[in-house]
Design a protein. Structure first.
Length: 244
């Protein structure tokens, strides 16, 4: 199976995140906190918590930070709740942008998101203006698969329910339905003893806007301005950077 690889976008975003550990830990802590509040602290029954903990490990978040956040969520902290809000719009060059916010102050979040769009020549739109361009999917990334048969990985992933598998340059990218992400991940780690570098629920675009690096910078600047807000958890887009 083969399809359009999303690895370049994920890798680019991950690189930027690695440079901002403090902000990333804050965002992940909020995600863990809310997951525990919504579904409890048992990762076997709380899929959102399991994903949040995977994200924490991928970001090398210290265990004491994770434990402290879980303890806070299971304690009696009155008045601490987060609301998920989606903002949609366009970056320069017609790139669609889908922003996921987790906040305890809607007015603050709205102001910060609006400012990021306005200062970077974007257009904040109405609810639903770009959502139809994205699909909620699970994505798994495996790296450094030298010596492992790519076809075996592909067959195991498909048997577990994967929708698409791309193998390129010792990197495997697997797309699943959001519901089957954990099942496919378990199959690969148990059957083939593979290490999964990235496992996340994401919003994948149906089509991409290809831009050369020079024009892409305008879009990236807006994405980074949005990500600078502690309330913004994820920024999804349909930019495809074309290397010259």
């Amino acid at each position: 199976m083969a399809g359009h690889s999303k690895w370049s976008n994920i890798k680019h975003r991950k690189g930027r995140q690695d440079a901002k550990k403090g902000k990333i830990f804050t965002k992940i802590s909020k995600e863990i906190f809310q997951a525990v509040r919504d579904g409890g602290e048992d990762v076997q029954t709380n899929a959102n918590l399991s994903l949040a903990l995977d994200k924490a490990r991928q970001a090398n978040m210290p265990n004491e930070n994770i434990d402290r956040t879980i303890k806070k969520a299971t304690g009696n902290l009155e008045g601490v709740t987060y609301e998920e809000i989606i903002y949609e719009g366009y970056a320069p060059h017609g790139v669609a942008v889908y922003v996921k916010v987790l906040t305890d102050n809607k007015n603050r979040s709205a102001a910060e998101v609006r400012l990021a769009f306005n200062k970077n020549n974007g257009n904040l739109g109405e609810t639903g203006c770009v959502a139809f361009m994205f699909q909620r999917k699970g994505v798994l990334i495996l790296e450094n698969i030298e010596g492992i048969d790519g076809e075996s990985i592909m067959l195991e992933a498909i048997e577990a329910g994967a929708e698409d598998v791309v193998v390129k340059d010792e990197i495997v990218e697997i797309t699943t339905s959001a519901e089957l992400l954990d099942a496919v991940k378990s199959k690969l780690t148990q059957a083939l003893s593979l290490k999964v570098e990235v496992a996340e629920i994401t919003m994948l675009p149906d089509t991409y806007i290809p831009l050369e690096e020079e024009n892409s910078e305008e879009v990236i600047n807006m994405i980074e301005a949005l990500e600078d807000s502690d309330d913004v958890q994820e920024v999804y887009h349909n930019l495809e950077i074309i290397s010259q």
